[in-house]
Write a protein that binds this ligand. Structure first.
Ligand SMILES: Cc1cc2nc3c(=O)[nH]c(=O)nc-3n(C[C@H](O)[C@H](O)[C@H](O)COP(=O)(O)OP(=O)(O)OC[C@H]3O[C@@H](n4cnc5c(N)ncnc54)[C@H](O)[C@@H]3O)c2cc1C
Length: 303
C-alpha cells in the first residue's frame, strides 16, 4: 500500500512526486512510456522562469532524477483502470495491481497530428505543435500554421509579429476561431490564407522541413509552398477514457477539478494538461503538481 500513486511521469506528475516525497509520503509514479511527457523532444525551452535555455530532454531528466533521488519509486507501466472503495484505491496497470490511499492523475494530453509520413521525424526540425514555445526559432523566416480554431489563429497572430511570412492553411473556408481575431489577422500584410485546402505532404532535406504540399479540396490543384516551419494547431486530445468511471470528464475528455485540483472523487486529484484549464505549459503543469501533491498529502493526513 503506497500513500500516493501518481499516474504519468510528465512535468506535472514528477513535480507532484517531488512535493509528496518531501512531505514524507511513500510514492509510486506509473508511466506508460518514457519519463518526461510531451516536452522530451523539444530542442530548446526558453520560457521556464529561472532557466534561460534547456533542452526538453535535460529538463525532463532533471525532474526525473530529482524525484528519484528524493525517494519516489518510478515504474514504467500503463495504468488501465482505477477502482475505489472509499479510502483504498486499486490501481490496475497492464501488468499488475497496486494499492494507494490517494491518486494523482497527471496523464497530460497529446497534440493532434496531421498523420502525414515523416511528421514525427520532423518534430524539432520544422514541425512544431506549440507556437508559443518554438515560434522564436523561426524569426524572419517563412512558416505555415495548420488549423482553423482559436489556437491556430492566435499562433498565426503571434508568429506574424516576427516571421517574414505566415501561411494559414485551413481545410474549410470558415473558421471556428473568433471572427474578430480572424479579421485582425487578415489585415496583416505578411499573412496569407489558404482555405479549403489540406496539407498532403511534408517535403524535407537533411536539415529539416523545406516545403509543404497543399491540395485544394475543390479543384484538387496541388502546389508546394516553401516554408521553414509548420505549426500544427488542429487541437489537443487527452486520453482519460480509462478513468471516465472514476472522475468527471468535460466534453473534450479533460478531467474536471477545482483550483484545489480535487476531482469529485475522494482522494483522487489531477494535475497538468489532462485537466480542464486554459493555459497548458510547463509552469502551469509544475504548479498543478505542487498543488495536487499538497492537497493529496492533506487528505491522507486527515484519514
Ligand atoms: C513540441 C512541444 C513543445 C513544447 N514546448 C513548450 C515550451 O517550450 N514551454 C512550455 O512551457 N511548454 C511547452 N510545451 C507544453 C508542455 O510540454 C506541456 O504543457 C507539459 O508537458 C504538460 O505536462 P503534463 O505532465 O501535464 O503532461 P505530459 O507532458 O503530457 O505528461 C503526461 C505523461 O503521462 C503519461 N501517461 C498518460 N496516460 C497514462 C497512463 N494511462 N498510465 C501511465 N502513464 C500515462 C504520458 O505517457 C506522459 O509521459 C510544449 C509541448 C509540445 C508538444
Amino acid at each position: 500500500m503506497y500513500d500516493i500513486i501518481i499516474v504519468g511521469a510528465g512535468t506535472a506528475g514528477l513535480s507532484a512526486a517531488i512535493y509528496t516525497v518531501r512531505a514524507g509520503k511513500s510514492v509510486l509514479v506509473l508511466e506508460a512510456s518514457a519519463y518526461g511527457g510531451q516536452i522530451i523532444n523539444t530542442p530548446d525551452i526558453e520560457n521556464y522562469p529561472g532557466i534561460a535555455h534547456i533542452s526538453g530532454f535535460d529538463f525532463a531528466t532533471g525532474l526525473y532524477n530529482q524525484a528519484k533521488d528524493l525517494g519516489a519509486e518510478i515504474k514504467f507501466e500503463k495504468v488501465v483502470g482505477i477502482e475505489t472503495d472509499g479510502s483504498e484505491k486499486v490501481i490496475k496497470t497492464s501488468q499488475r495491481e497496486y494499492r494507494a490511499k490517494a491518486v494523482i492523475l497527471a496523464t497530460g494530453a497529446r497534440n493532434r497530428s496531421l498523420g502525414l509520413p515523416d511528421e514525427k521525424e520532423l518534430v524539432g526540425k520544422g514541425i512544431s505543435y506549440c507556437a508559443t514555445c518554438d515560434g522564436m526559432f523561426y524569426r524572419n523566416r517563412v512558416v505555415a500554421v495548420s488549423g482553423g480554431g482559436n489556437t491556430a489563429i492566435e499562433d498565426a497572430q503571434f508568429l506574424s509579429n516576427y516571421c517574414a511570412k505566415v501561411y494559414v492553411v485551413h481545410r474549410r473556408d470558415k473558421f471556428r476561431a473568433d471572427q474578430k481575431e480572424v479579421e485582425r489577422l487578415k489585415a496583416k500584410d505578411n499573412v496569407e490564407f489558404i482555405l479549403n485546402s489540406n496539407i498532403t505532404k511534408l517535403i524535407s532535406d537533411d536539415m529539416g522541413l523545406t516545403a509543404i504540399e497543399v491540395t485544394d479540396k475543390n479543384s484538387n490543384d496541388v502546389k508546394n509552398i516553401e516554408v521553414s516551419g509548420l505549426f500544427v494547431a488542429i487541437g489537443q486530445a487527452p486520453d482519460n477514457s480509462s478513468f471516465e468511471n472514476l472522475v468527471k470528464l468535460d466534453e473534450k475528455g479533460y478531467i474536471e477539478a477545482g483550483e484545489d485540483l480535487k476531482t469529485g472523487t475522494d482522494g483522487i486529484y489531477t494535475a497538468g494538461d489532462c485537466r480542464t484549464k486554459s493555459v497548458r505549459q510547463l509552469t502551469t503543469a509544475a504548479s498543478d503538481g505542487a498543488v495536487a501533491a499538497l492537497a493529496a498529502c492533506g487528505y491522507i493526513d486527515s484519514l
